[in-house]
Design a protein around this ligand. Structure first.
Ligand code: FE
Ligand code: FE
Ligand code: ZN
Length: 270
């Protein structure tokens, strides 16, 4: 969503949800709109009154902390620093971003640059948890294996400010079998990263076969994951209580319907 802060909260209540995501700036880059303090305060009040869970901001797709181009890396670091400063207006929430694409430098160099950037902006006194998103592995994307995410986290000093956002479309596209072996995938996540680091779920079906490294989201139940697997994910005890964010290709009516479905699954699972 890209409206004012308070308007996003009201819209989500109308849709029947109790968390939401928004792009901190135009997803394809560009400037941020000025923040109106009363608008942020109104959202904070709304979130409290309506009993929302943590909100999950999304960094710009153009932010690449490990581009081969120094200028792109520097711009990415600027965006990240500005976004995190702004997140302090909404303390206690989550900020998710795509770790980056190494654009030919190699995974090792990319991981080093991402960790260096995070080391410049994460501080012990900040009030936001920054999430690395599990990626599909399109092009030279970093973060399509749990091991790569762990490697980044290991090199970050304030790693207590870091977590992971599990994107169901991306993990499948990356090759993890969340349909036939959800327990095994989550066990592997626990072994490599630790489930305590899992802070949010991007809940999407996918248009592509497992291991395709494509990253194209589908409506719930209409892709390769299918309704049954989506239900098992929503009801998995390891994911209970986490914010589930829909990034499915829908209009308002479609989201309202999907939110209703996901909430009924979660209530059944209790
Ligand atoms: Fe994302
Ligand atoms: Fe995602
Ligand atoms: Zn995606």
């Amino acid at each position: 969503m890209t409206d004012g802060y308070a308007a996003m909260g009201r819209t989500m209540s109308r849709f029947g949800g109790n968390t939401f995501a928004w792009f901190t700036r135009n997803p394809r880059g560009g400037r941020t709109k000025p923040v109106i303090p009363e608008d942020v305060e109104a959202l904070i009040t709304h979130v409290k009154n309506e009993g929302f869970g943590p909100l999950v901001a999304h960094g710009s797709y153009t932010m690449n902390l490990c581009s081969a181009k120094a200028e792109t890396r520097a711009n990415g670091l600027d965006m990240l620093a500005q976004d995190l400063a702004r997140m302090e207006l909404l303390p206690g929430n989550l900020y998710n971003f795509h770790p980056g694409a190494h654009t030919g430098q190699g995974v090792e160099a990319g991981i080093t640059q991402i960790a260096e950037a995070l080391n410049q902006v994460l501080t012990p006194d900040m009030h936001t948890t920054v999430l690395l998103e599990t990626m599909a592995g399109k092009g030279s994307e970093i973060g399509s294996t749990f091991e790569e995410l762990r490697e980044i986290m290991d090199r970050v000093t304030c790693s207590e400010k870091l977590g992971v956002c599990f994107d169901t479309c991306h993990t499948w596209d990356a090759g993890y079998d969340v349909v036939n072996d959800l327990d095994g995938v989550l066990q592997h996540f626990d072994d490599v990263i630790g489930l305590s680091k899992l802070k949010a779920v991007h809940f999407n079906d996918t248009k592509n076969e497992r291991g395709s490294h494509k990253d194209r989201h589908e409506k719930l139940g209409q892709g390769f994951l299918g309704m049954e697997a989506m239900r098992r994910i929503a009801q998995h005890p390891a994911l209970a209580g986490l914010p589930f964010i829909l990034e499915t290709p829908n209009e308002d009516e479609g989201y309202i319907e999907e939110i209703r479905t996901v909430r009924s699954w979660m209530n059944d699972g209790k």
